[in-house]
Design a protein around this ligand. Structure first.
Ligand code: NAG
Ligand code: NAG
Ligand code: NAG
Length: 352
């Protein structure tokens, strides 16, 4: 076969182009591998950071919670760590005569100087003062939504029979929060793994009737409606709304709650009595069961959050059914004193 000089040049040119394309192709593969979507990747929406995000935390030094400050400190660090910027106002309900107020203020000052795109503010309230000021309504809630449970509540559930547990459903009543329209209230046994502004965005997904956002309960659902279900085995109301709520995180539109005639009725003696009588529910987890019960009658009040916004780690109970929830968690819930994954603790070390 005869090749002239021209066609030889052409061939080596084609070879060069081929090699170049091959190099580009390999480079693309390498780049994709580095930055490409892995299974833990979540696309979040663009958020506006002009609003102040109000966060309510409760913490009381007790025998059950000797390390409560550590917990408050850890969740607060996790909020800063994952927040890309904005203004955060922490409403801390605690013992004003303990060391917590001083230490917590120091913590916020340090975090503010480390995370310069976040401005954090603190307001502290004395729990005992609030308990005595709102004693009537708190005792009414405890009586109706715990004492009047349809089963004899187990003794391990006694810590849930307390005003600190029932405070959250009535934040909207507190004079202390009069100027707050929306509030995010996580338990102190939670750790954020995503930007709190993304959670704040959930308020804008609520329609006119939805006032409270909570995630689904992963394990404790079968027993709560047992009596009602055995009385009305095919009852559509309970079946349709069977998803129970977990109380670890609640996001509350306080303005809507203040305006709601029905919700305000449900915290009166008459209203609470009526709804508890109707469903004969087992109620031992405090505000969580109260909200689950209310949701059964009024599902339109609730915006059920993605399970990843309350990712329950509790694995201590031997339960036949556990709601599946796909990783990654946006907000871990170390319920029943469950430890967080070790890398979560490591990520909180040396933040400040
Ligand atoms: C704080 O005050 C309460 C009463 O309101 C009391 O029971 C408690 O022991 C006090 N704690 C400290 C650390 O002084
Ligand atoms: C809000 O959405 C819920 C759930 O989709 C629905 O049941 C309820 O009727 C809606 N309320 C209004 C006022 O649109
Ligand atoms: C808080 O986080 C630190 C790691 O930064 C960990 O060692 C400690 O056990 C955590 N405290 C609690 C109460 O979870």
């Amino acid at each position: 076969m005869k090749l002239n000089i021209g066609s030889l040049r052409l061939l080596s040119g084609i070879r060069k182009i081929f090699v170049l394309i091959l190099i580009i192709f390999i480079l693309c593969l390498v780049l994709l591998k580095i930055s490409g979507p892995d299974s833990n990747h979540v696309e979040f929406l663009q958020v506006s950071r002009t609003n102040i995000v109000h966060i309510a935390l409760t913490g009381q030094l007790t025998e059950r919670h000797p390390n409560i400050f550590d917990r408050l400190s850890n969740i607060t660090k996790s909020i800063y760590k994952h927040c890309e910027g904005g203004q955060l106002l922490f409403h801390v309900f605690t013992d004003l005569n303990s060391t917590i107020p001083r230490s917590y203020t120091d913590l916020i000052l340090k975090l503010n100087s480390k995370f310069t795109n976040i401005k954090g503010f603190v307001r502290m309230y004395d729990l005992e003062t609030i308990f005595s000021r709102y004693e009537n309504v708190l005792q009414r809630l405890i009586y109706n939504y715990w004492d009047r449970s349809s089963i004899k509540n187990p003794s391990w559930a006694l810590p849930f029979r307390s005003p600190i547990i029932f405070l959250r459903p009535i934040y909207y009543l507190l004079d202390e929060l009069k100027d707050v329209d929306k509030i995010i209230s996580p338990d102190s046994d939670m750790i954020f793994m995503a930007d709190i502004y993304q959670l704040y965005l959930e308020f804008s997904k609520m329609n006119e009737s939805q006032m409270i956002g909570m995630g689904p309960e992963f394990v404790y659902c079968d027993q709560v409606f047992k009596i009602y279900n055995s009385k009305y085995p095919n009852n559509e109301v309970v079946k349709k709304n069977h998803v129970c709520l977990n109380g670890g995180l609640q996001i509350s539109d306080l303005e809507k709650l203040r305006r709601s005639k029905v919700f305000n009725y449900l915290i009166t003696e008459e209203g609470a009595h009526k709804i508890t009588d109707k469903y004969r529910m087992a109620m031992y987890l405090g505000d969580q069961d109260m909200q689950t019960l209310i949701k059964t009658e009024y599902p339109q009040f609730f915006h059920v959050l993605d399970c990843r916004w309350n990712y329950q780690l509790n694995a201590v109970y031997n339960v036949p059914f556990r709601l599946p929830c796909e990783a990654p968690a946006f907000l871990y819930h170390g319920n029943s004193l469950q430890r967080f994954p070790e890398e979560v603790y490591r990520s909180l070390e040396n933040i400040i």
